[in-house]
Design a protein around this ligand. Structure first.
Ligand code: ATR
Length: 279
């Protein structure tokens, strides 16, 4: 008898992190009626190379990659433009016998805004807070969508300057003190810092200074509604939350591994929300 094994993907990290990815991918496999799997694999740094090079032999059609391996997998695969621009990859898949990598945070950020705030990308001036890895994905996505002025404020100015140097003259580094001055022109405000996250410092920002048609996005999803998003909503501004981005970033990986593009449904959102509030 010829038994074909169901395709499976995994999440490569170290140590084995608690992740919502299995919940998300299992939901899509179940609702789309696809026989497949998604498991967490704890891979120490010294084993990363061997694990990735034998991914297919281990029976996997692809993988997500998380801390601390997002940079390390770049050299072990063929990164696309998004992974190269962000300097980190979070998704591996096979195409034409080659192991490729991408960064789906870019698509997660864009897809979430598309779903949450129609025509958000007709604006051309944005303010991004933070200059870490998440910020690189956001800035790259905004440039892809045609933004011509992306102000970038960071507590440590040198990191904002380095990012601006990498992405070119449309990215304008800004001191943290300069935020107030830019707010009235920012049609889109994105928080990529950990400020506002449960247990972290507060993000002190005068939302009232934003234009009345501004859109506010926060990458933080614990709590689901950050103080920034709550204030923006109370002012009648459109918002895009961090959970939406988390769900939308998973779409591309699933599509690459299992061949069908899944939907971010209200039911999936409720499922992950319930899991987040459980702990
Ligand atoms: P990620 O990959 O999620 O972007 P990161 O690279 O650690 O994570 O970046 C975290 C971001 O949050 C940085 O922009 C950081 O500012 P610094 O570059 O100055 O460290 C920002 N951040 C974290 N804590 C902060 C705080 N208390 N005040 C202001 N910014 C903060």
């Amino acid at each position: 008898m010829n038994v074909t094994k169901a395709p499976a993907a995994c999440l490569i990290g170290w140590p084995a992190a608690h992740s919502r990815s299995p919940l998300i991918h299992h939901y899509w496999l179940r609702t789309l009626g696809i026989e497949g799997g998604y498991v967490i694999e704890a891979v120490p740094p010294e084993d990363l190379r061997d694990f990735v090079l034998r991914l297919s032999l281990r029976g996997f059609v692809g993988a997500n990659v998380t801390i601390p391996h997002k940079e390390g997998v770049m050299a072990l695969s063929a990164p696309d433009g998004r992974a190269k621009a962000v300097g980190a990859a979070n998704t591996l898949w096979f195409a034409d016998g080659e192991l490729r990598s991408t960064n789906t945070d870019v698509e997660g950020f864009l897809g979430n805004l598309d779903a949450s705030a129609r025509l958000w990308d007709t604006a051309d001036e944005a303010l991004v807070l933070g200059a870490g890895g998440a910020s690189r994905a956001v800035v790259f996505g905004l440039l892809e969508r045609g933004f011509t002025r992306v102000h970038l404020a960071n507590r440590t100015p040198a990191r904002a300057e380095a990012l601006a140097a990498q992405f070119g003259p449309k990215v304008l580094p800004l001191s943290w003190d300069g935020i107030n001055e830019v707010l009235p022109r920012a049609k889109l405000l994105v928080n990529t810092t950990s400020l506002g996250m449960h247990g972290q410092g507060a993000l002190e920002l005068d939302v009232a200074r934003l234009p009345s048609d501004a859109v506010v996005a926060d990458l933080v999803y614990v709590p689901l509604v950050t103080p920034l998003l709550a204030t923006a909503s109370a002012r009648g501004l459109r918002i895009a939350d961090g959970l939406g981005m988390l769900l939308h970033q998973a779409v591309r990986g699933f599509e690459l591994w299992f061949g069908q593009r899944p939907q971010v449904t209200a039911e999936l959102r409720a499922l992950v929300e319930a899991d987040l509030t459980k702990t």
